[in-house]
Design a protein around this ligand. Structure first.
Ligand code: NAP
Ligand code: ZN
Length: 349
């Protein structure tokens, strides 16, 4: 067993406390990653607070992992010691079902194994990236291109792929009018990526407080959803709306902003059900869809796209003692635009 330093919550309210967790000894296809940085995703908060269902404690969250390979199993072919790598929201899947064969492991018909809070094929409870080391089978590890800094690369493993995948799936390209709802971790990546894909990008944020940032990130237009005029002015104007909001919003009001055959894709994952007025769908043959992270092949494609287009998240690096404070700021929509934990500050507990 390999001992790893970690920060865990021991109940839904927290706070984080230092702890030591065990990682398995390397199987032939495993790599040992020394984690350098871990991003803070709103999903960490939903999960740890039990909003998505019961969880076991202690829980070490973190599925935006960037680090260095320090050991490889006897049959590993993809990586060698010293490689810069990332691990995202899943660490395994069955590898045999139709969806895994398509490279859509996130939709594995037998259920993918989450990076934390899941039971893996060894019967072990998985623990995430707010820790010093992780052992992962090589197929679920991706390569971080040399020109991406490790700290800024970390959030790409979830916020990056979760927005890249639906933008690609629904054809973000020149001539497409795309709205991004919520300018947080996912939202700011959606803006950067959609802009790089050539689309005309509009941010729909609660207020105009972050307008200057939004335009700098690549948005062409910026509106406040607290202003009822926004919904009148933008009615019927988007091909695609990417909803990244972590709370319940009035979906029907946003659907009315779609043009003929437009799609609103929900990546935000609030626990409460959302209600839809079907007349806002049938009117313009609109669709309401969902999307969950992305497959491993597409995650690598996204990293390479970011490297090629010089795209990186805007991050605020924090120490391990600041996680509780950072979570409160995420909950208050006070994040510009992703917190990333510097794992070297975790101490010797
Ligand atoms: P985040 O950084 O907190 O961003 C969410 C943004 O939503 C906030 O910055 C805020 O933007 C807006 N917002 C928050 N509360 C709101 C409210 N009550 N009404 C209207 N707008 C509100 O969170 P994140 O890490 O980007 O994650 C966003 C959501 O995506 C979470 O639910 C997360 O669990 C989910 N997620 C899903 C996947 C997937 O695979 N589908 C992957 C990762 C995360 P403004 O201040 O601009 O209004
Ligand atoms: Zn996430």
């Amino acid at each position: 067993m390999i001992n790893a330093k970690a920060r865990a919550v021991f109940n839904p309210e927290g706070p984080f406390k230092p702890t030591t967790i065990e990682r398995r000894d390397l199987e032939p296809h495993d790599v040992l990653v020394e984690i350098k940085y871990a991003g803070i995703c709103h999903s960490d908060i939903h999960t740890a607070r039990g909003e998505w269902g019961p969880v076991n404690y202690p829980l070490v969250p973190g599925h935006e992992i960037a680090g260095i390979v320090t050991q490889v199993g006897s049959e590993v072919t993809k990586f060698t010691v010293g490689d810069r790598v990332g691990v995202g929201c899943m660490v395994d899947s069955c590898g045999e079902c139709a969806h895994c064969h398509k490279g859509e492991e996130q939709y594995c018909l037998n259920g993918m194994t989450g990076t934390y809070g899941a039971i893996d094929k060894y019967g072990q409870y998985t623990q995430g990236g707010y820790s010093s080391h992780i052992v992962v089978t090589e197929g679920f590890v991706v390569r971080i291109p040399d020109n991406l800094e490790l700290d800024a690369a970390a959030p790409l493993l979830c916020a990056g792929i979760t927005t890249y995948s639906p933008l690609r799936h629904w054809g973000a390209a020149p001539g497409k009018r795309i709205a991004v709802v919520g300018l947080g971790g996912l939202g700011h990546m959606a803006v950067k990526l959609a802009h790089a894909m050539g689309a005309e990008v509009t941010v729909l944020s609660q207020t105009l407080k972050k307008k200057e940032d939004g335009l700098r990130l690549g948005a062409d237009h910026y509106y406040a959803t607290s202003d009822p005029e926004t919904f009148k002015e933008l009615a019927g104007s988007f091909d695609l709306i990417v909803n990244t909001v972590s709370a319940k919003i009035d979906i029907s009001a946003y659907l009315s902003l779609l043009t003929l055959d437009g799609t609103m894709v929900n990546v935000g994952a609030p626990a409460e059900p959302l209600s839809v007025n079907v007349f806002s769908l049938i009117g313009h043959r609109r669709s309401f869809a969902g999307s969950m992270i992305g497959g491993i092949r597409e995650t690598q494609e996204m990293l390479d796209f970011c490297a090629e287009h010089h795209i990186a998240p805007d991050i605020e690096v924090i120490s391990a003692d600041q996680i509780d404070e950072a979570w409160e700021r995420v909950l208050a929509s006070d994040v510009r635009y992703r917190f990333v934990i510097d794992i070297s500050t975790m101490g010797n507990e």
